[in-house]
Write a protein that binds this ligand. Structure first.
Ligand code: PLP
Length: 408
């Protein structure tokens, strides 16, 4: 037999990073296997923190399973796509669309991957927020494009900086990604900012990619304004799904809605259709969860209200963070995360990945470093605010104690 040839990962993966499940998670798993209890605050996975799947969704899925063993239409089953249409019809400002403009996916993740593969040629640029949900950057790179990060301004509640966006548009810019409510910052964007983004997209004929998976996880008086509703005259792809609002991330169920003019983008849209058919179809039992979720009681409302669990946890995390000397945190207005800042004058952190690793080993709490969200400086971490308030408060107190004597 000839010697086995070395198999490296493909060069396409050179710039593909996903630190939310990176090296620190490997170490966390190793510690768990040694018998330690690790508090994993790295992923926004409600189920592992005791959030139940809404009963009506589980029941409809169980009832559907005996009839859900065949492939479906590549875009997804008609009842689910109609349910998506109906959901957005409730918002008068959202531009009209039909079931033919909806693609279901194995989570938003699969749809992001498909869209970037269908859109990008070598060297095409995509404007992506910094910090970002890093799958957008990763899939832009995998698609052969260049991610160009525009700043969100921490001093201004993490709203996108319109001047910075404008300065970063080039003739190669094809699309702009908007993540609202934002992961990791919890910012909910103002109408003024969304209109500013739409204006730039209009001027430069940019495709708008709106990730709105947290649009119903809002606190205090925050109001979510869909990007498509401020840019009905532009091609906007809106991404959403069941993972967060309905706490069924494991079902892998999401959707993509296409609104605005389409004639100029026929080739790109055909590309999405082609890729949807090459993946045959999304998981069919989980597609049956969509109609049940969208038409039933919206149980998320009770969780985000003033005495709701998610609201209390957001408050507990924010208060505990703000009480640590040299740590500040913009209060999250939506989503499931806090993104605190460590003042570099007070806390000496040169390598935030090392900090996360050291904190894990010492305190058995897993966070994700800010640079994992394409934030340029080593002065932030992301904390998932899904555990109960008491657990969050204790974990953040441990963070404070650890920081007090930490040096790099
Ligand atoms: N977009 C954002 C902003 C997210 O935070 C996540 C998951 O955390 C996703 C997309 C992926 O979600 P899904 O479970 O639908 O693949």
């Amino acid at each position: 037999m000839s010697p086995l040839r070395t198999l490296d990962q493909s060069s396409k993966l050179r710039d593909v990073l996903y630190e939310i499940r990176g090296q620190a998670l490997v170490e966390a798993d190793r510690l768990e296997n040694e018998g330690h209890t690790i508090l994993k605050l790295n992923t926004g996975n409600p189920a592992v923190f005791g959030f139940e799947a809404p009963f009506q969704i589980v029941r409809d899925m169980i009832e559907a399973i005996p009839h859900a063993h065949g492939y479906s239409d590549s875009r997804g089953i008609m009842s689910a796509r109609r349910a998506v249409v109906y959901r957005y019809e409730q918002d008068e400002a959202f531009p009209p669309f039909g079931p033919e403009d909806v693609f279901l996916g194995n989570g938003v993740s699969e749809l992001i991957t498909m869209v970037m593969q269908a859109l990008l040629d070598e060297g095409d640029e995509v404007l992506i927020p910094a910090p970002d949900y890093p799958l957008w950057t990763a899939m832009t790179s995998l698609g052969g494009g260049n991610p160009v990060h525009y700043l969100s301004d921490e001093q201004n509640g993490w709203q996108p900086d319109l001047e910075d966006i404008r300065a970063k548009v080039t003739p190669r810019t094809k699309a702009i990604v908007v993540i609202n409510p934002n992961n990791p910052t919890g910012a909910v964007y103002s109408r003024e900012v969304l209109e500013g983004i739409a204006e730039i997209a209009r001027e430069h004929s940019l495709l708008v990619l709106a990730d709105e998976i947290y649009d119903r996880i809002l606190f205090d008086d925050a109001v979510h304004i869909p990007m498509a509703s401020v840019a009905p005259d532009l091609l906007v792809l809106t991404f959403n799904g069941l993972s967060k609002t309905y706490r069924v991330a494991g079902y892998r169920s999401g959707w993509l809605v296409i609104t605005g003019p389409k004639a100029h983008a026929a080739g790109f849209l055909e590309g999405i259709t082609l890729l949807a058919s090459t993946r045959l179809c999304p998981n069919v039992p989980a597609q049956h969860a969509v109609q049940a979720a969208l038409s039933g009681v919206q149980s998320i409302d009770a969780l985000i209200g003033p005495s709701g669990r998610l609201h209390e946890q957001r408050d507990a995390a924010w208060e505990a963070l703000e009480s640590i000397p040299g740590v500040s945190c913009v209060k999250p207005q939506g989503a499931l995360y806090a993104f605190p800042r460590f003042d570099p004058e007070v806390h000496e952190i040169r390598d935030d990945a090392k900090f996360v690793y050291d904190f894990l080993v010492a305190e058995h709490v897993l966070l994700v470093q800010g640079t994992g969200f394409n934030w340029a400086t080593h002065d932030h971490v992301r904390i998932v605010t899904l555990p109960e308030a008491r657990v969050l408060t204790q974990a953040i107190e441990r963070l404070g104690n650890f920081l007090a004597s930490y040096r790099q």
